[in-house]
Write a protein that binds this ligand. Sequence first.
Ligand SMILES: [Zn+2]
Length: 312
Amino acid sequence: MPLFAGFDLGGTQLKYGLLDERLHPVFKAKAPSPPSRGELMALFRVLWEELKRRERRTIRAAGFGLPGIFNHREQRLVQAPNYPSLDGSQMRPAIARFVEAPFWIDNEANFAAYGEYRCGAGKGRHHLILITLGTGIGSGIIIDGEILHGARGYAAEMGHITVRPNGARCRCGSRGCLETEASAGAIIKTYRRIARSSVSLTTEEIAARARKGDTAARRSFERAGYYLGIGLSIALNLLNPEKILLGGGVMDGADLILDSAVTEARRRAFRASFTASTIEKAALGNDAGFIGAAAWARDTLRRKSPGRIPYP
Ligand SMILES: [Zn+2]
């Protein structure tokens, strides 16, 4: 049975693995993300060879999920704020030097959404949104079983829709993005402000304090939930998804953030859109990206429909 490889490059870690024809994971591993482009390409090449040797089966196709805004027409990462050495970088020719199988490149959050759609909590739901609440906020949108790319591939950046017009300055250049108000960083900042604390805590530690009755900690999650709910209501009215899946480290505090998020979404979205959708936790965690990359490669190859293949 042939295999399909998936790579998911993050700012600190590269996750990769193999799926079989039925989309079952056969192997997975991770490596630290090298900072320079040259080292990264060298690592991709080594891992590709390792994957080929490992199962002694043909790898039929591969997917590479990369961090940043990826232009499908030019096959270039036009903005990669979390991976500066790849900013503006042309990706296809470099990868094609060592990958002899057909391969597809996409934004890693798009692939993560596809992973949840094919193998995770969104199985069988053809209209689906995945929002990953971590240090930043990533998202991918599945419409009619396809990744929503938009004209050039820049679609589905839910993390940078405005939920608070005069909110904090965002790394994207705007203000009051979902990311500046509902990410892990936002929760940590809020807690430090309202608890008047200068100690640096993780969201996990803040969640533990909230569960022990620390009101500032509880309010930090609720505030993030409120802005997340505004974002959810926009997504519900705009896209009418069957499911919105929430993942990432912040969801370790799902019990603390979900109530306020769902309440706010219910208050703002059309009742019909709200009731047609469920909002729940994603299932695949950090594996969603490489699973989605491999699944996309397998499905796209299978369809053999060049019009739907997002590269020139
Ligand atoms: Zn932004």
